[in-house]
Ligand binder design. Structure first.
Ligand SMILES: *[C@@H]1O[C@H](CO)[C@@H](O)[C@H](O)[C@H]1NC(C)=O
Ligand SMILES: *[C@@H]1O[C@H](CO)[C@@H](O)[C@H](O)[C@H]1NC(C)=O
Length: 204
């Protein structure tokens, strides 16, 4: 009985109090509408800022527009290389930012940052190579890989360097002594005798 009574009271009160709110305090509704309007324009401004960040800050975590620079290229054929000549890895396996040039063997840093580069080179029996990593000029030597020619079997060598680069800096491999380096174009594992790769570790 009392339950029914409460229900009856509530039923008559709820619409009353609701209409009281609407009718009695219209300024509150107006305030809420104003706040909502402000929030909507703030959210719109934030969305715009995030979109701008994604477009202008390629290496930022929020970026969806561009992937981080990374490349890998290999030698498709046996190469004889003279002193100071660039070693041109002519077959590109990967180049997320079109930063490696298969025509000249150069990687051009798209953003300021710390980069890692790796070279793996192979020599046939009794052949060898002396190759340096250089930045922007042949005299700025930032890495070195070699294999002398006194060996009866095949040789494969690898090295890795980590360097700071400014956007626009070029990195390539150049022979520091006359060298013979093996490549391949068989569609099989021999295509990976010699390759050059690199990627951005961290942008700043
Ligand atoms: C890149 O670094 C150079 C100097 O190291 C600096 O002058 C330049 O402003 C930097 N660029 C960006 C986009 O941070
Ligand atoms: C490179 O190969 C040529 C021709 O086979 C040979 O005369 C030369 O000694 C080799 N040089 C090296 C460093 O392997």
């Amino acid at each position: 009985m009392s339950f029914l009574l409460i229900c009856a009271v509530l039923a008559s009160c709820i619409p009353l109090s609701f209409s009281f709110m609407l009718d009695g305090q219209p300024e509150n509704i107006q305030e809420i509408a104003n706040e909502l309007g402000k929030l909507q324009s703030e959210v719109a401004a934030l969305k715009e800022m995030i979109q701008e960040l994604q477009e202008t800050c390629p290496s930022c975590a929020v970026s969806t527009k561009q992937s981080s620079p990374a490349f890998m290229a290999s030698l498709s054929m046996f190469v004889t290389c003279n002193v100071d000549a660039p070693l041109v890895f002519d077959r590109e396996q990967l180049d997320t930012r079109q930063a490696y040039d298969t025509r000249h063997g150069l990687f051009r840093a798209p953003v300021n940052g710390t980069y890692m580069f790796t070279a793996t080179l192979a020599a046939q029996p009794n052949q060898g190579f002396h190759v340096k990593f250089v930045r922007n000029s042949l005299s700025d030597e930032i890495g070195y890989i070699f294999s002398d020619n006194g060996h009866s079997g095949w040789n494969e060598r690898s090295t890795t360097i980590v360097v700071k680069l400014d956007a626009g800096d070029d990195v390539w491999l150049a022979c520091s002594m006359p060298s013979n380096i093996t490549g391949g174009n068989s569609g099989m594992e021999h295509d990976y005798h010699s390759h050059f790769s690199g990627f951005l570790i961290d942008a700043f």
